[in-house]
Write a protein that binds this ligand. Structure first.
Ligand SMILES: NC(=O)c1ccc[n+]([C@@H]2O[C@H](COP(=O)([O-])OP(=O)(O)OC[C@H]3O[C@@H](n4cnc5c(N)ncnc54)[C@H](O)[C@@H]3O)[C@@H](O)[C@H]2O)c1
Length: 503
């Protein structure tokens, strides 16, 4: 366990001293007592500081103490005997939403109060799992009237934006699953809704919280890596075996109609989060359509690639798709001072759970400890609790941070709306680039209201109900023919799957 951190500040709020103490040793407790008496204050610098400090205060018989953020500014007054209220969570969509709802069962900071799904079979299985203490809805508008602090949108990936706008306008904080929007027009509407609501919009790019990318961000944030220059992200996921289930064997399901570029934030997102930089242009490359995709009933190419330029000239190569032969979730980040790389998944590698790190002696200021490790320590104050949770614990971190942000912790690691766009728009504009013969495309910045004006009527996407006359094909060379028998045989497998009693 990491030691507790304390600051001494002068009257003007400048940090004049930093101390660390181990609350689990007798010496440490005595030391903390002395420091508190001398005006030193607890610092929010790792997960679960509130809980740890509350038990220290109880042990020392102290009622309350002020707590500071890492920059020395005031965070909150901590009370030994006061339990902070749990974040009340409502979840829309019981597939992926089931996993996110599960967080509430395993965490002491959140409580599941309502779920919504318009598929009765799905709702039944949620009821079976989460019991009578939770309210069940099949209609989103009624669900929104339920008292919640955070609404998790885990409905169809191409339908999040209108639900997010409604929820924000109803005064809810929102956590949206992938992807944030399906058109520029929706992006502009959502930007307006985020701005006018004053509520939190949190994007659920869970890969940012896998051990390797999470530590990569920390190392760049503390200046250990120098300036970000180049990154590679790979999310190659062979989903053929379970596609009948993932796509509901429905030709119109988003998984069957999406382009190879749509599901792009697993590979791009963590690198944007690590770099803290905005993407400014992109060129797209699309792999040729394959028989495997036809067998799956999917109309997009098996994978797509983006080459992205960031605002400082740094480059990102991103590749992702649902139709490659092997699984790979992999990241690397090069800074002026060295390189970080997650392990490869192939041949038993631990993938993004493990980090290689190397920095060079010449490139950093004197006195900085150099990195040279094939197993960089990625642990923190949440590691033990997150063990066993989905996606290498990343889903636990994502939900934990979202709840902390809702509770008012400004240091919580969340992805806001504009950063979500920085993760998503490179994929969308990479497809526009492909459709335009490989010409690089500028990536809009919706923080700038003038750009919202420009893109307000841009409805280009693969969903006919949204695109109208601006409809795009799922594959750049035209929608491939998929015989109806493909879906018929998948539907048969789906019926058999449900007949066995599994979800
Ligand atoms: N981050 C990750 O690792 C990860 C993994 C899987 C899925 N996802 C995301 O989770 C979301 C859901 O994916 P999924 O795999 O559960 O499959 P899905 O998209 O098929 O499931 C959506 C669920 O929402 C329900 N739903 C849709 N519209 C509704 C409405 N208007 N009212 C009530 N219920 C409605 C459906 O009945 C269904 O149960 C997608 O956005 C997907 O991108 C993320």
């Amino acid at each position: 366990m990491f030691p507790l951190k304390m600051y001494l500040t002068d009257g003007a709020g400048n940090i004049t001293g930093t101390a660390f103490a181990d609350e689990n040793s007798n010496n440490g407790t005595e030391e903390i007592k002395k420091l508190l008496a001398g005006g030193w204050l607890p610092v929010e610098y790792d997960y679960r500081m509130t809980q740890r400090w509350q038990s220290v205060l109880k042990r020392l018989g102290l009622e309350s103490v002020k707590m500071l953020y890492g920059d020395g500014t005031f965070y909150k007054t901590l009370y030994a005997g006061r339990t902070e209220p749990k974040v009340r969570i409502g979840v829309l969509g019981g597939g992926r939403g089931y996993t996110l709802a599960e967080f509430c069962r395993q965490s002491d900071i959140a409580e599941l109060v309502a779920v919504c799904d318009n598929d009765p079979r799905c709702l039944d299985s949620l009821r079976e799992r989460f019991g009578d203490g939770v309210a069940y809805y099949s209609d989103f508008d009624s669900f929104l009237t339920h008292e919640t602090d955070l609404v998790v949108l885990a409905n169809y990936a191409n339908a999040h934006a209108p639900f997010a706008v409604k929820a924000l306008d109803a005064g809810k904080n929102v956590l949206s699953e992938l992807l944030p929007v399906q058109t520029m027009s929706e992006a502009c509407e959502l930007a307006d809704a985020v701005d006018r609501s004053g509520k939190l919009y949190i994007y659920g790019e869970n890969c940012c919280f896998m051990a390797a990318p999470k530590k990569m961000k920390k190392l760049f944030d503390i200046g250990k890596m120098g300036e970000f220059r180049y990154g590679e992200g790979e999310y190659m996921h062979d989903l053929e075996k379970d596609w009948f289930r993932h796509s509901h064997s429905d030709p119109a399901h988003w998984r069957n109609t999406m382009t190879a570029f749509y599901y792009c934030t697993h590979s791009i997102g963590p690198l944007i989060h690590v770099s803290g930089l905005r993407p400014v242009s992109v060129t797209g490359f699309e792999a040729p359509y394959t028989e495997k995709m036809r067998r799956m009933g999917a109309k997009g190419a098996p994978f797509g690639m983006e080459i992205i330029t960031l605002e400082n000239g740094a480059l990102i190569k991103s590749v992702h798709g649902v139709g490659p032969a092997e699984y790979s979730l992999w990241y690397s980040a090069l800074g002026d001072a060295g390189k970080l790389e997650s392990e490869r998944n192939i041949l038993g590698g631990e993938g993004s759970g493990r980090l290689y790190a190397k920095t060079e002696p010449s490139s950093l200021e004197n006195g900085v400890t150099l990195l040279d490790s094939k197993d960089e320590d990625t642990s923190d104050g949440l590691t033990e609790l997150a063990k066993g949770f989905a996606h290498g614990g990343a889903d636990f971190y994502m939900m934990y941070n979202a709840c902390e942000a809702v509770r008012g912790n400004k240091q919580a690691d969340i992805i806001g709306f504009y950063e979500a766009m920085d993760m998503f728009l490179p994929g969308m504009f990479a497809y526009f680039s492909v459709l335009d013969g490989g010409v690089p495309k500028k990536i809009p910045d919706l923080r700038d209201r003038a750009q919202r004006e420009r893109y307000g009527n841009d409805r280009r996407c693969v969903d006919p109900a949204v695109a109208g006359y601006q409809l795009l094909p799922s594959y750049s060379k035209g929608d491939p023919e998929i015989p109806e028998e493909v879906y018929e045989s998948m539907r048969k497998r789906l019926r058999e799957f449900y007949a066995t009693g599994d979800r």
